[in-house]
Design a protein around this ligand. Structure first.
Ligand SMILES: O=C(O)C1=C[C@@H](OP(=O)(O)O)[C@@H](O)[C@H](O)C1
Ligand SMILES: C=C(OP(=O)(O)O)C(=O)O
Length: 456
């Protein structure tokens, strides 16, 4: 892929149907559940991306039989007796939060196991200690740290789950609680996890998916305590994975700024993924999304005004999509204050700081707070900077911080025909970083631009 990638603006209202890849969150949960359930499970509509390959590779290294049919988006996992085969392994979790947390809790199941884990430099800084402390408190694992205490790289000395109660601090990442809800069960003993105040959207996905693998419904009591009864997971045989709704956010934003109609198949009115609520954020600006026969249809009449007065939106429950919104803020007319995003400073990169830096570079007025970002759009300044860059023979260029969501979000902004001539004005550095969750993102985007040569 060209790097930096010049984005060719789209000059017509949309009128397309796009195929989105499967959800990262659901694929990586399903892989863990398939390994935990005795027998063979085929995942349909699975995502093939860096984060899911990390999980696949780990399961193979741990002795599971995994066969992948990428052309048909299917993965089959065989688990002889639901027990973890390998006593030893060296695993690399990249910068996949799901793999990092879910595998750590999963490995603790194998008494006598000794596992070396490491991740990308960015992953070595991401929060793990809430999970590691809970595993130690449960007597399920001990850790030998080879760098900073409470972080990768470490050796996990597994002792197995045998019930008990743990306080779980999942304030830094709800994946910490999801990891324990997936793997903390045992066939003999009940387990209690006390975890008040966790952000619930992805925990709800975990709870629903446990049920699909034979677990009884589970919910927290009023004090935030989850009581897990003894459990043996059972395979549903095959499991269908929804398209990635966080990835849908980019194309919904595109439909808003571009107008026309966009169709996204295989999504119904009530997807598992909480990021579906992003639709409500864009509805305020005039985007209409309807679920018709298991297909989302997004429309905005061309020329309809998307400008609004100042707006404050709490993204705490849908924080992966705040970047999508922030990146199109320069086109929204009214200012926006995006709140509830402090935890995203500890994700792929410091997303609040990175977004503030990139939007400031584009001439937007940005106020950064610990937990919030206010963006006052300056469309004329954006145009002036784009023209000035062009006069120098350059394009405005976005840093992506090895964060897929920067690449994809600003890819949408660059698709807007800012200078009215259909020629590129924005470029994205390291566009291939979108491979974390959506390797073909820029191909899908370029397919919406009939005049653009296909990227290969
Ligand atoms: O459980 C999951 O699959 C996820 C939970 C969220 O992370 P945090 O809970 O760390 O915010 C989300 O940002 C991430 O993309 C996927
Ligand atoms: C936060 C994200 O990823 P991870 O699963 O690595 O936490 C994300 O995809 O936006």
């Amino acid at each position: 892929m060209q790097d930096p990638l010049h984005i060719t603006p789209i000059t017509k209202p949309l009128g397309s149907r796009i195929q989105l890849p499967g959800s990262k969150s659901i694929t990586n949960r399903a892989l863990i559940l398939a390994a935990l359930a005795q027998g063979e499970t085929t995942l349909k509509g699975a995502l093939f991306s860096r984060d899911t390959r990390i999980m696949l590779t780990a399961l193979q290294a741990l002795g599971y039989s995994v066969s992948a049919d990428e052309a048909n988006a299917e993965i089959t996992v065989g688990s002889e007796d639901g027990n973890l085969p390998a006593e030893k392994a060296e695993l690399h979790v990249g910068n996949a939060g799901t793999a990092a947390r879910f595998l750590t809790a999963f490995l603790a199941r194998r008494p006598g196991g000794r596992y070396q884990l490491d991740g990308d430099p960015a992953m070595r800084d991401r929060p793990m200690s809430g999970l590691l402390d809970a595993l130690v408190e449960l007597g399920a694992a001990d850790f030998e740290f080879h760098g900073k205490k409470g972080h990768f790289p470490f050796t996990l000395v597994a002792k197995g789950y045998s019930g008990g109660t743990a306080q779980v601090d999942a304030s830094a990442s709800s994946q910490i609680l999801s990891a324990l809800l997936l793997s903390g069960t045992s066939e003999e003993a009940a387990l209690s996890l006390i975890c008040p105040g966790v952000r619930p959207a992805y925990v709800a996905i975990t709870l629903k998916m446990r049920e699909a693998f034979g677990a009884p419904p589970l919910e927290a009591d009023a004090s935030g305590q989850y009581h897990l009864e003894p459990l043996t997971y059972s395979t549903p045989g095959s499991y269908s994975i929804e398209p990635d709704v966080s990835a849908a956010s980019y194309f919904l934003a595109l439909a808003l700024i571009q107008g026309g109609e966009l169709r996204i198949p295989h999504l119904g009115p009530n997807p598992l993924q909480g990021d579906a609520h992003f639709v409500e954020v864009l509805a305020h600006h005039g985007l209409v999304v309807e679920a018709e026969d298991e297909e989302w249809v997004a429309t905005r009449a061309p020329g309809e005004d998307i400008q609004r007065d100042h707006r404050e939106v709490d993204f705490n429950m849908i924080s992966d999509t705040f970047l999508t919104y922030a990146a199109i803020a320069p086109l929204l007319g009214g200012s926006v204050r995006i709140t509830g995003i402090g935890h995203t400073r500890h994700q792929e990169t410091d997303r609040v700081a990175g977004m503030a830096a990139e939007l400031s570079k584009l001439g937007q007025l940005v106020k950064e707070e610990d937990d919030a970002l206010t963006i006052r759009p300056k469309p004329n300044e954006l145009r002036a900077r784009a023209l000035a860059a062009r006069n120098r023979g350059e394009l405005l260029t976005i840093e992506t911080y090895e964060d897929h969501r920067f690449a994809m979000s600003f890819g949408i902004l660059g698709s807007f025909d800012l200078l009215g001539d259909g020629k590129p004005w924005l470029a994205i550095k390291d566009p291939a970083c979108c491979g974390k969750t959506f390797p073909k993102f820029f191909e899908v985007l370029s397919d919406l631009t009939p005049s653009r040569p296909r990227l290969r």
